[in-house]
Design a binder for this molecule. Structure first.
Ligand SMILES: [Zn+2]
Length: 236
């Protein structure tokens, strides 16, 4: 991929060579060193030139990037009514002071995210989790990233449906949503109310989606390392 026209999400340096997979952003070599220091629970970095990158994960990353995931993490910078007094650094600023502090504020302390009022809605986290549970059946990755960032629980068990967002995404054949949820901590071993794992839901979906083409089913099969031979569309 030609990255020369792209820029670092944190300091705007040209030609970023690293990605933060769970944040959906591209970053430069120097900002990457700060991301690494924060730990994988904050930022999971990977070279965009790394070999053997799972194709669904790579597609998920660039989908989030192209949908403007960085504007989520920097929401307050673009909101004139925000009270947050942070300024985006430049790649000319010192790494160990200005850029370091900005990256911590942005990804660890989440100071620039939209605010959720718990005073007006004591069930705010449950509502976010329910929205996440419903949204993962669609291909709207950026909505799900926003819900996860705001506190939606990737392991939320829906009280009426008895399953988690990972079961729903698997059943719906949404491979990139499955990747996003797992990267954000969804447990692939969780059982739904019928005792099924997400992988079993994916297997069931692959078997039942008879109108789908091999190309449409292949990403989900790869995520769960399922066999998809011979192509279902020609075997039926
Ligand atoms: Zn940078």
């Amino acid at each position: 991929m030609n990255t020369s026209a792209l820029s670092c999400a944190d300091c705007s340096a040209p030609n970023p060579q690293w990605a933060s997979i769970n944040r959906g952003v591209l970053i430069c070599n120097e900002c990457c060193s700060v991301h690494r220091s924060l730990g994988r629970h904050v930022s999971q970095v990977r070279s965009i030139r790394a070999p053997n990158w799972p194709p669904v994960q790579k597609e998920m990353l660039f989908t989030l990037y192209n949908k403007g995931a960085n504007s989520l993490w920097e929401h307050a910078l673009h909101n004139s009514s925000s009270k947050v007094k942070l300024k985006k650094p430049s790649y000319r600023d010192k790494l160990q002071t200005t850029r370091h502090d900005f990256i911590i504020a942005k990804y660890k302390n989440l100071q620039l995210l939209p605010r959720i009022s718990h005073k007006d809605n004591p069930n705010a986290y449950q509502d976010l989790s329910k929205q996440l549970h419903a949204s993962v059946r669609t291909n709207n990755l950026e909505t799900c990233l926003r819900l996860l960032a705001l506190g939606g629980n990737p392991n939320f068990c829906h009280p009426e449906r008895g399953n988690t967002p990972l079961h729903v995404a698997s059943q719906a054949g949404q491979a990139m949503q499955v990747e996003l949820l797992i990267i954000h901590g969804a447990n692939p071993c969780t059982l739904d109310g019928l005792g099924h794992t997400p992988e079993e839901c994916a297997r069931s979906a692959i078997t039942s989606l008879k109108g789908q083409t091999f190309e449409n089913l292949e990403p989900m099969a790869k995520v769960f390392s399922l066999q998809l031979m011979p192509p279902i569309s020609t075997a039926l």
